[in-house]
Design a protein around this ligand. Sequence first.
Ligand code: ZN
Length: 315
Amino acid sequence: MAFLTEPEPQRGAALPVLAGIRRIVARNPSVMTYLGTNTYLIEGPDGLSVLDPGPDDDEHVADILRALNGARVARIVLTHTHSDHLGATAKLKGATGAPVYAYRISAKRGFVADRPLDDGDVVAGMKAVFTPGHAADHLSFEFFVPGTGKILFSGDHVMSWSSSIVSPPDGDMVAYYKSLELLLGRDEILYAPGHGPLLPEPRGLVAELLAHRQHREASILEALREREWTVSDLAEHLYHKTDFRLKMAAQRNVLAHLLKLEHEGRAVQMTEQKASALPDDYVPDDMPPGNEKEMGKAQINMMLQDAARRFAYAG
Ligand SMILES: [Zn+2]
């Protein structure tokens, strides 16, 4: 796929992106987050909007506050509530008093937006576009930039550097397909994603992402025609990942595909337990832990149960 790369950004600096828009790349690089989460500072008549405060990292919060240069933060806006976007929100709100805007139904237990947003709502010139799939509460934002045209802050729904993880139940492959198709019918000329550089002519990549998933789905159906599979065996068969985090991510994606096929009546689940019970400490996220030690006991039980779920072909 036509993914983009970029050189390591200057750390701690608010880098110019487009007229009136700067970006601070958080210090959380990883195999799941590329060089780090993009925190966007967007100028408006009443002050700055901070889109995605980033991970809970004091240094990153200090970088944001330094970049204000005396300007007022009018609001904090979230594309979704995964920890690498939401994490710094409480501290930034504490330091600035700015209200937090996010999708009206939060996927993160215990988090409630000050100003709930729905599809089509406009805040500071940003029009919310509900794009669930990667996260149940994911919003993209249409925005007009003078001298550039209509852009989309695409969060983690469409990123320039990689495809997105779809991890059930917060992630939903049926919704993800629909949200990609939704973007194919829109006319933004540039995406500003949650990770990675700006994405020009974005619909080409959106079409490729959709085709990639359809191809993966066809491979899964083909494998199911031969025999029953557990999620973990099928992920191994299709992805051959060795890194623990990427292996877990592959399993989550495969589970998401299988649940979509089940929903469509093309696969059937053979395991007695149809879905793992969500643990009390369940944190929906796009950051599978780096090793088993980083996971809570309940969390790892859920992932292991999901990995053992068995699916068969249904026609
Ligand atoms: Zn992210």
